[in-house]
Design a protein around this ligand. Structure first.
Ligand SMILES: *[C@@H]1O[C@H](CO)[C@@H](O)[C@H](O)[C@H]1NC(C)=O
Ligand SMILES: *[C@@H]1O[C@H](CO)[C@@H](O)[C@H](O)[C@H]1NC(C)=O
Length: 406
């Protein structure tokens, strides 16, 4: 897979004359569009490339975007909205959907995955979640029928709130009431070879307990870290702790080797007065450090050799997202296409791409937030709150107590 990507990317670079960092571990970015002031998709192509992103996640199948990115080599995860799940039970409708919204853009636009629904399980609406696995299956069957299943995979993105425990990471477990449905989803992933997608926001954990959670730990700044008392693994950042909690939760259901991708993570550059931590400086640190870390291809303490596929949230500040101010300020870019802040890299991504390491952009980083949203397609909720949020403070208190007694 990796080598294929390298080959095709080099070819693309050769053909198009674009320089972008082909050797860098794949940086992904979420392209949310709940706004009325965003640049046209043609003008977004260079922005995506300027941050070294080779993957984009869309919450829909916006034809303007999919056309604008034709022949760019950028890989797409497209979204099938929550409002479509019920009708996808009908195989004919699923096939029609795939033809119109996916097949029509292939192969020029590299759609590699369909995210069926967004954070479906944490809406706590069984009439919605009962449709999830059948919809995923119908879409996959449609892809098989159209002979596209080898190039387009099927998955769905979850909020971290599907976990009922995430601290310490070794205690990671799915919410009891969701385990049945999640097991079906995991079986599906194993059967077709697709990854488990999770949206993870250390920002929420910090916001809910700023006094207990060390800011350096959430922003990937140097710190002494925390040792998981069960696994003895040392964590120096919260995102990795959250990801490992998901690995442990998967293992507890018997899916130890299922790959995970981080379908959203980020940090808002602005928030309301009561939104502690939502500042330009913090967003710059979180996203700048995150991109550097992705470039170093670091795995988590539990899976040090597994490449992380991370999609930063989000490309743009989105002025029409509901909720607190932070929701509208996760963007790496302002609507006029200028960086929301500098990512703090010294190099310039456009200048040199050959060697491997790093994320080099001078451009701005993405900041993220929770999913913006049109409630209709599920790209909305700040969902992440529930399970994951309180984890940090509790865990820290536990660790401090543990230390005190050692
Ligand atoms: C969903 O249910 C869980 C567990 O019962 C609860 O903790 C959570 O707050 C609920 N979420 C919503 C959005 O109602
Ligand atoms: C890019 O790298 C090449 C060779 O590694 C080097 O010769 C060139 O000067 C670099 N360009 C910039 C702008 O750093």
């Amino acid at each position: 897979m990796d080598s294929n990507r390298l080959i095709s990317s080099s070819k693309l670079r050769f053909i198009s004359g674009f320089l972008f960092p082909v050797m860098i571990a794949a940086i992904g970015v979420n392209y949310g569009q709940i706004a009325n002031n965003l640049p046209s998709p043609e003008n977004v192509v260079p922005l995506v490339k300027s941050i070294g992103a080779s993957k984009v996640k869309l919450y829909d199948t916006d034809p303007r975007v999919l056309k604008a990115f034709a022949n760019t080599g950028v890989e797409f995860i497209v979204g099938l909205g929550n409002e479509c799940l019920a009708s996808m039970r009908d195989p004919n409708k699923a096939q029609a959907w795939v033809k119109t919204h996916v097949q029509a853009y292939l192969p020029a636009t590299k759609i590699t995955s369909i995210a069926v629904g967004n954070e479906v399980l944490t809406f706590n609406d069984t009439s919605l979640s009962d449709n999830l696995v059948p919809a995923m299956q119908s879409i996959h069957t449609a892809l098989v029928n159209l002979n596209l299943d080898k190039q387009v995979s099927v998955t769905t993105a979850h909020s971290l709130a599907v976990l009922e425990a995430s601290y310490p990471p070794s205690s990671g477990a799915f919410r009891r009431d969701l385990r049945g449905c999640i097991s079906q989803i995991l079986n599906f992933h194993v059967k077709i070879g697709s990854p488990f997608l999770i949206n993870a926001y250390p920002y929420f954990a910090y916001k809910s307990s700023p006094k207990q959670v060390p800011i350096d730990f959430v922003l990937f700044q140097p710190n002494s870290g925390i040792v998981d008392p069960v696994s003895n693994l040392r964590y120096d950042n919260m995102l990795f702790a959250q990801i490992d909690a998901v690995y442990y939760a998967l293992a507890s259901l018997g899916y130890k080797n299922l790959p995970i991708q981080i379908s959203e993570t980020g940090w808002p550059s602005k928030g309301d007065e009561d939104e502690v931590g939502a500042t330009l400086e913090n967003a710059k640190k979180y996203n700048g450090n995150l991109l550097k870390m992705i470039a170093q291809k670091k795995g988590t303490p539990l899976k040090p050799n597994c490449d992380l596929n991370i999609f930063v949230f989000a490309l743009f500040n989105e002025n029409m997202k509901p909720g607190p101010t932070s929701e509208r300020n996760y963007g790496l870019f302002k609507p006029d296409g200028t960086p929301a802040y500098s990512l703090g890299f010294t190099g310039n991504i456009m200048a040199n791409t050959s060697s491997g390491g790093g994320s080099t952009s001078t451009v701005t980083p993405p900041s993220a937030g929770s999913p913006p949203g049109s409630s209709s397609n599920g790209y909305l909720s700040i969902s992440s709150d529930a399970g994951g949020l309180h984890f940090a403070s509790t865990w820290f208190i536990l660790c401090l107590v543990t230390l005190a007694f050692v």
